[in-house]
Design a protein around this ligand. Structure first.
Ligand SMILES: *[C@@H]1O[C@H](CO)[C@@H](O)[C@H](O)[C@H]1NC(C)=O
Ligand SMILES: *[C@@H]1O[C@H](CO)[C@@H](O)[C@H](O)[C@H]1NC(C)=O
Ligand SMILES: *[C@@H]1O[C@H](CO)[C@@H](O)[C@H](O)[C@H]1NC(C)=O
Ligand SMILES: *[C@@H]1O[C@H](CO)[C@@H](O)[C@H](O)[C@H]1NC(C)=O
Ligand SMILES: *[C@@H]1O[C@H](CO)[C@@H](O)[C@H](O)[C@H]1NC(C)=O
Ligand SMILES: *[C@@H]1O[C@H](CO)[C@@H](O)[C@H](O)[C@H]1NC(C)=O
Length: 288
């Protein structure tokens, strides 16, 4: 057991020395985080954000294991957090994840300073009282794979620039007041869904979208599609039978015609299709 003393002294160093000598947190990040805390009215959620301690130990955030820069900021479930998303969030340049969720008193529009976060992969602003449009500037966040703006008070239409996000896999815009059609550009019938996209999941349910579903081309990668409760017209395109769909819901729209036979389309129950204008065929009643 010759290593035993060496191990003991390692333990000693780990437990008693390192916390006192090292403040891993980047000083600039720390300054910005304290400004964010103040701008949000010093909510209880951020009680651990004590300027005397290492910010990489604070709740609601994560630092990169090597660079110690803040890479994730996740604020959720606090009724007392009030006001708007502070512009200082744009001054955490290494952020890859930004989440504001279940914050009923967070209001205003989607903070334009978010456009500065070029490393952002996941943006979730959900279950808040944010209003205004889905902003154009989101298209500048080229590394975005996951965009969730669901359960807010957003209005207007989806900006066509969103279609230029090369890596978007999950798009959740459900439960807002969004209107209009699926954006078109560059001759692709629907660039958001276009055939060469990598999108895995699209949820546009419970909005006021109006477009002709039969004209939409779906990416081969699409596995989950929720369009329920909109004003979508046309019929269900035969192309959907080619997809490995795990989930689909087109109920409560204005669709018509026969549900194409094949693929996974008959594996879903009637509630995937019900409450449309005149859809028919399995799993609904046979067409007359
Ligand atoms: C959301 O904001 C609207 C005004 O835009 C306000 O009337 C409403 O009370 C707010 N809701 C909550 C839950 O704070
Ligand atoms: C946000 O809510 C606060 C208080 O609830 C209110 O004073 C402020 O006007 C609201 N701001 C916006 C942009 O709706
Ligand atoms: C985006 O991701 C790639 C690959 O993960 C990375 O090299 C790049 O630095 C990231 N940031 C931007 C702004 O593209
Ligand atoms: C959306 O705004 C309206 C008033 O404009 C408000 O009554 C409602 O509570 C808001 N919805 C959410 C989810 O905050
Ligand atoms: C999709 O990719 C194929 C092959 O890479 C290309 O020929 C086609 O033009 C692309 N379609 C669109 C709409 O970009
Ligand atoms: C589809 O959505 C409707 C409306 O929200 C719901 O009643 C139904 O259960 C859903 N069906 C499936 C399979 O998700």
């Amino acid at each position: 057991m010759k290593i035993y003393p060496a191990f003991l002294s390692f333990l000693f160093i780990t437990i008693f020395i390192s916390p006192s000598v090292s403040d891993h947190c980047n000083a600039q990040d720390k300054k910005v985080l304290l400004k964010i805390k103040k701008a949000l009215g010093n909510p209880y959620l951020l009680a651990s954000w004590d300027p005397k301690t290492d910010c990489c130990d604070w709740y609601c955030l994560e630092c990169h294991p090597n660079t110690h820069r803040v890479v994730s900021l996740t604020l959720f479930s606090d009724d007392r957090l009030t006001g708007q998303i502070p512009p200082e969030v744009g001054d955490l340049p290494y952020l890859e994840t930004l989440l504001f969720r279940h914050l009923p008193n967070l209001n205003g529009t989607i903070q334009p300073a978010i456009a500065k976060l070029k490393n952002l992969k996941m943006l979730r602003l959900s279950w808040t009282n944010l209003s205004g449009p889905v902003p154009n500037f989101l298209s500048q966040l080229k590394n975005l794979t996951y965009l969730d703006l669901s359960f807010n008070n957003l209005s207007g239409s989806i900006p066509s620039s969103l279609s230029t996000l090369p890596n978007l896999e999950d798009l959740h815009l459900d439960r807002n007041k969004l209107t209009g059609t699926i954006p078109e550009s560059f001759g692709d019938p629907s660039v958001l869904f276009g055939p060469n996209k990598t999108t895995f999941e699209i949820d546009l349910s419970r909005n006021v979208f109006q477009f002709d579903l039969s004209k939409v081309q779906f990416p081969k990668s699409l596995a989950r599609l929720d369009l329920n409760h909109n004003k979508i017209t046309g019929s269900i395109p035969a192309g959907l039978t080619d997809l490995e769909l795990q989930f689909m819901n087109v109920s409560y729209n204005r669709l018509c015609g026969q549900i194409p036979v094949g693929g996974r389309l008959q594996s879903f129950d009637y509630s995937t299709y019900f409450h449309n204008r005149c859809l028919c065929g399995a799993p609904l009643d046979t067409c007359k």
